[in-house]
Write a protein that binds this ligand. Sequence first.
Ligand SMILES: [Zn+2]
Ligand SMILES: [Zn+2]
Length: 377
Amino acid sequence: MNPLDFIEQHKDDLLTTYQDLHCLAEPSWEEEKTSGCIADKLQLAGFKVKRFKDHYGIIAEIQGTTDQVVALRADMDALVQEVNGVVRPNHSCGHDGHSTMVLYTALALAASGLKPKHTIRFIFQPAEEKGKGALKMMEDGALENVSLLFGTHVRPVSELPYRKASPVIIHGSAGTIRGSIKGRQAHAALPKEGINVIEAASLLVQELKEIDLSTEVPYSIKMTQLTTESEATNVIPETAHFALDVRAQSNEVMSLLKQRAKAAMELAEERTGASFTWSMEEFVPAAVKNERAIKITEKAIGEILGKENVVPVCISGGAEDFHFYTAKNPGLAATMIGLGCGLTPGLHHPDMNFNLDALIYGSKILIQTLLTALQET
Ligand SMILES: [Zn+2]
Ligand SMILES: [Zn+2]
């Protein structure tokens, strides 16, 4: 059976699976039932499913004859957030939709009896929202022999309209610098005898505001958290903890910002006598455009939605751990398809919703992407 016809004929099953995954909604690293549901459906379709001891990732393959692998990645985790006054896991980033589309791409290609020349690997990763799932899957060999890798993400209407798609999402890089400042306590009546960590922090804030890089690339760096360990208001505080949120649309600008933040902290140390300790945490690299992968997804989207519905690039200020796959494997050709789906009010919004019809044409785009990739390699 033609795999695109399979999607048409199994529309209802696909939407039911989506609803099932939507209701299961599990946080990062706890995707037990979600991955169980996906693995069951893959096994029922005859896939040998690889699972792991210390996380809920899944790898399944359609065997080829060469040693090359073309891979398609989905993420499975939900966000924990307040929804109508209740804090619970909620699929407001659409990972339930991504898992559904990649699963049905696998089922459709298996049902078509396709004997691909290269192996097709389906990767279902945990913990995207923590920025750690892709790294874990790589540690466990998800990219072994992979020369081409694709992924997809639903996009809000502000980025892509309904029934339009983009061959590449240019995500930015993001990270949090967490640090502590050590000063010296003193009676508040004798401030000169102490080293006030709030004064050191405010110097840092000022220095960060002065950062002006000569680049066209959007970026920002700012303090988003500051606490001291002093409960008394009549004491010069000795210890403070802070967080800086750092974002840049390219990896080069991100590393420049890191250097400038370091210089700003050194300056604050010099001027106040306080000492700073810090590290970059929750870091995710920016997307790197790969023309070879983009050509394939561009062609596939055009064939499914019509060339007039291909939007050349989708620029997003958000971040994605997909880009670790390329950051750690510079030779890999990879891209993420941006899927316009009428998504409102926005990703990570508790009331996020989109037109479920997008799961049907989205699955077809993924199938066509893999078929095109096999033809062109
Ligand atoms: Zn997200
Ligand atoms: Zn996401």
